[in-house]
Ligand binder design. Structure first.
Ligand SMILES: Nc1ncnc2c1ncn2[C@@H]1O[C@H](COP(=O)(O)OP(=O)(O)O)[C@@H](O)[C@H]1O
Ligand SMILES: [Mg+2]
Length: 224
């Protein structure tokens, strides 16, 4: 498994003309790599993560995952590819308020043809055990703390065994203690599952936990 970004550029069309955000970014990550991306607000960190995760298309350059260029796929295949290969954790947990913890973790499996409902549920329970929430399966998100909600979001991101795990400011809404716990959890699960992990963060504490660090600066990615 490898993630290769080559010559990646992104401009957003705006009424004032094209807004260049990323210029010619190169990045190669292999299975087992974990990278923290820092950089000022508005520098293009989320944009980079969206390109790597195929949520948005680059203006120029290529992303390949295991040699496949996902953007060359038809739209429906691209969605299936993303669902199967990429797990996302966002700053806001994006859990469904009316669903239980277990149901929330199972959401990505509902549209997957790679797993049976019984296998999916068994794995979801296992993941929730690993994130320390085995006793909260039937709780609603509103009944959890911020840190617990984010741990559910991590379990949900991993339920389809993605090869690429992306997190955008996953600890941005958490206090220090919960932030450290979610950071440990992401890195621990990443090591166990041998994924590629890319985390965008403002937190120097979180970035320091990562073996590789880079900074988005003036549209480019600089090794930090
Ligand atoms: N859909 C969009 N259309 C136009 N401009 C955008 C869009 N998304 C982001 N931008 C702009 O691109 C720049 C980078 O945004 P973003 O990647 O969200 O930065 P970061 O995550 O580092 O704070 C910002 O100037 C932002 O306003
Ligand atoms: Mg951002």
């Amino acid at each position: 498994m490898s993630l290769v970004a080559a010559g990646l550029s992104k401009e957003y069309p705006t009424r004032a003309g094209p807004l260049p955000v990323l210029r010619n970014v190169d990045l190669t990550l292999a299975r087992g790599d974990a990278l923290a991306v820092t950089g000022p607000s508005g520098s293009g960190k989320s944009t980079l993560l969206h390109l790597l995760g195929t949520l948005d298309r680059p203006t120029a350059g290529r992303v390949t995952l295991d040699g496949t260029d996902p953007f060359a796929l038809p739209e429906a295949d691209l969605a299936a590819f993303r669902n199967r290969r990429v797990g996302f954790v966002f700053q806001d947990h994006h859990l469904l308020p009316q669903c239980s913890v277990l149901e929330n973790v199972l959401v990505p499996t509902l549209v997957s043809r790679d797993t049976t409902p019984a296998d999916a549920e068994a794995y979801a329970r296992q993941l929730l055990d690993r994130v320390g929430l085995a006793g909260r399966l039937d709780h609603r998100p509103a009944e959890l703390s911020g840190g617990e909600r984010q741990r559910v979001a991590v379990a949900r991101a991993l339920v389809l065994k993605p090869v690429l795990l992306l997190a955008d400011e996953p600890t941005g809404n958490l206090d220090r203690k919960n932030a450290a716990a979610v950071g440990e959890l992401l890195l621990g699960l990443h090591r166990q599952e041998n994924t590629v992990l890319v985390v965008v963060t403002h937190s120097a504490d979180l970035a320091r936990m990562f073996p590789r660090r880079a900074e988005v600066n003036d549209g480019t990615l600089v090794t930090a």
